[in-house]
Design a binder for this molecule. Structure first.
Ligand code: CA
Length: 227
């Protein structure tokens, strides 16, 4: 099989000189590089570009590297390397369960960083499309695409997340509260019936007869299940 597609790396660093240096060096190493300088732009960029690995500086404007890690971890298992500036930061970086795979302390050498990148990519199983079928519905979990009778169905980010959580727990009943936590996060303050609304939308998009769903089941008084 010819797998010549270069790995995409997302590099987020607010020191312009360092960012340019990293991007240039990693490009020379054969990677495709996507960059930004603000933490709050990193999330959207990661969702859009689906990098094979992320490198985040810890101290960033907008959103710090640790918060980016936590947010991305809810939706992806992309390897993440953190760049920490000071010894004082290291305790926070390794002490917290932030989902990072590795960290590099500044100042670091470019070969050192490259070695860490290679090691992290090696640990990641080769990403293949991970497709699941439920009846005539096919879900590409890696590519985040959904097909019904072979035709692609467009889902919103939250709709896909909800479907993915149910699929990963196929056959199990998940409560609304559990689904809210998994899809919207612990800090969600809205109504748990948001789940019902999203389930209705999912059924309308995916079920042949949305009022008598074959797969997206309501378990009365408990929650939802995918069969
Ligand atoms: Ca910084």
């Amino acid at each position: 099989m010819n797998d010549s597609k270069p790995h995409t790396l997302l590099v987020v660093e607010d020191e312009k000189l360092l960012l340019d240096l990293l991007a240039h060096h990693l490009e020379q190493e054969g990677y495709r590089i996507v960059t930004c300088m603000r933490g709050d732009e990193a999330i959207e960029l990661a969702r859009r570009e689906r990098p094979d690995l992320c490198i985040f500086d810890v101290m960033l404007p907008g959103l710090d590297g640790l918060s980016i890690c936590r947010i991305l971890r809810r939706e992806s298992d992309v390897p993440i390397i953190l760049l920490t500036a000071r010894a004082a930061e290291i305790d926070r970086v390794i002490g917290l369960d932030n989902g990072a795979d590795d960290y590099v302390v500044k100042p670091f050498s470019l070969p050192e960083l490259t070695a860490r990148v290679r090691a992290a990519l090696r640990r990641t199983p080769q990403r293949q499309s991970n497709r699941l079928n439920i009846g005539s519905i096919e879900v590409d979990m890696t590519g985040r695409r959904v097909f019904r009778d072979g035709t692609e169905v467009r889902l919103s980010h939250k709709e896909f997340e909800l479907l993915a959580v149910l699929l990963r727990n196929r056959g199990a009943v998940l409560s609304r509260e559990m689904l809210i936590t998994q899809v919207w996060g612990f800090d969600f303050t809205g109504d748990v019936r948001t789940i019902d609304v999203h389930m209705r939308w999912l059924r309308e998009k995916l079920e042949a007869d949305p009022s008598h769903p074959a797969h997206l089941q309501t378990v009365r008084g408990v929650g939802y299940r995918v069969d």
